[in-house]
Design a protein around this ligand. Structure first.
Ligand SMILES: NC(=O)c1ccc[n+]([C@@H]2O[C@H](COP(=O)([O-])OP(=O)(O)OC[C@H]3O[C@@H](n4cnc5c(N)ncnc54)[C@H](O)[C@@H]3O)[C@@H](O)[C@H]2O)c1
Length: 355
């Protein structure tokens, strides 16, 4: 396993204004790169997430724009592809927007990057949820070689898989040094509720279960738990996720795929209880029955391959991670409130959190 870092390198982060992308940019900066180029159309993010630093160059626009692609420098060392049409519900509301900002971004970016011969690695943000088996029985850890279904619940999930397929194609046929990082559920600072443009549903605001629960809990609301909060996920703190992505770039095998996860299962009831503890919310959780259509189930990922081949292990436990995310949310309450309220007119009703 190599031990180098990002010192004096030139790095492209597509989707670098987003939640995970901006945390990644902050962490790479700490290793003194020569330049980080962020390309982002701000469709689901806030420009304030991009650090004001001379070494960061922000290109506003879509990575599907031929001019932006043509202007990418030939002396890139690493590229990270984190653009997507966030998230599952938005993609169901507008599959064509998902295609444009999720599937097409992967195809056009990989095609262009395959011409840049000095690239050491291209890291793709793949999704464990597109791979994991959906079960309400006792789950087993999802491994990287798990078979993948041809039947998906959302265009988003299809796009994430197609990104992997294009990555494999450009690796096998054009030597693109792709590394696929399969994300489990990420939470932490810089996930701003309502960031970016209205994308057709209330999930523009209520992006994910953790920031939604923290926000509602800080406001003293009852946290709604479908199916008694029995659903479970493998929650990884965003700083760990950024470290895992960097490990994929520095140590990942070209063509390889790695789960970035904690290997631990947390139920939504446990998550809600922890959040209420840290916010001091005394309102009891709102236990609801299962929804007929809910197939989200229970899951967690195997971390063995990332540990042995990348030397990556998540460091931040769920207790510390939630405590730090609650603190960040408190410190950024005004900014988040403004981001949510810009959608007020379009949000005719506010319904339960997405899990
Ligand atoms: N957060 C998670 O739990 C999770 C789980 C699985 C996979 N992922 C993947 O990780 C990546 C980052 O997710 P995130 O949670 O930070 O979401 P995010 O919405 O905060 O980040 C996505 C970024 O991509 C940008 N973007 C969208 N379309 C673009 C385009 N055409 N050109 C350039 N930029 C564009 C958005 O403006 C945003 O800044 C995504 O690819 C997502 O599918 C995330």
């Amino acid at each position: 396993m190599s031990t180098h870092n990002f010192l004096n390198t030139r790095v492209l982060v597509v989707g670098g204004a987003g939640f995970v992308g901006s945390n990644l940019v902050h962490q790479i900066l700490a290793q003194n790169p020569k330049e980080i180029i962020v390309v982002d159309n701000l469709i689901s993010s806030d420009v304030a997430n991009i650090p004001a630093d001379q070494r960061v160059r922000f290109v506003f626009g879509s990575i599907t724009d031929d001019r932006i692609l043509a202007n990418l420098p030939e002396n890139l060392d690493y590229a990270f592809h984190l653009a997507c049409y966030h998230g599952n519900q938005s993609s169901i509301a507008d599959p064509f927007a998902d295609h444009e900002n999720n599937t097409l971004t992967s195809l056009k970016l990989f095609d262009r990057l395959s011409q840049i011969k000095q690239l050491k690695r291209v890291v793709y943000a793949a999704a464990a949820c597109a791979v994991a088996e959906k079960t309400y029985g006792e789950p087993t850890a999802t491994t990287e070689d798990q078979p993948i279904t041809l039947y998906h619940d959302s265009p988003y999930s299809i796009s994430k898989i197609i990104g992997e397929l294009y990555g494999n194609y450009y690796w096998q046929q054009h030597n693109l040094p792709i590394v696929k990082a399969r994300f489990s559920n990420v939470y932490g600072p810089r996930e701003i509720l309502g960031a970016g443009q209205w994308r057709g549903t209330v999930h523009t605001v209520w992006r994910n279960v953790t920031p939604t629960f923290i926000w509602r809990s800080l406001n003293g609301d009852a946290l709604p738990l479908d199916n008694g909060g029995n659903t479970s996920r493998d929650f990884i703190f965003v700083e760990d996720m950024a470290r895992g992505l960097m490990a994929c770039a520095l140590n990942g095998e070209p063509g390889g795929v790695y789960n970035l996860a904690t290997g631990k299962e947390t139920t939504i009831l446990q998550l809600a209880t922890l959040i209420n503890e840290y916010t001091g919310n005394k309102t009891p959780v709102d236990l609801k029955p299962a929804r007929d259509w809910d197939r989200s189930g229970k899951r967690f990922a195997s971390t063995e391959k990332a540990e042995s081949e990348l030397g990556f292990t998540a460091q931040v436990g769920i207790d510390e991670g939630i405590r730090r995310t609650v603190e960040w949310t408190r410190d950024n309450q005004e900014r988040i409130s403004q981001s949510i309220s810009k959608h007020n007119k379009l949000m005719s009703q506010v319904v339960g959190a997405a899990c």
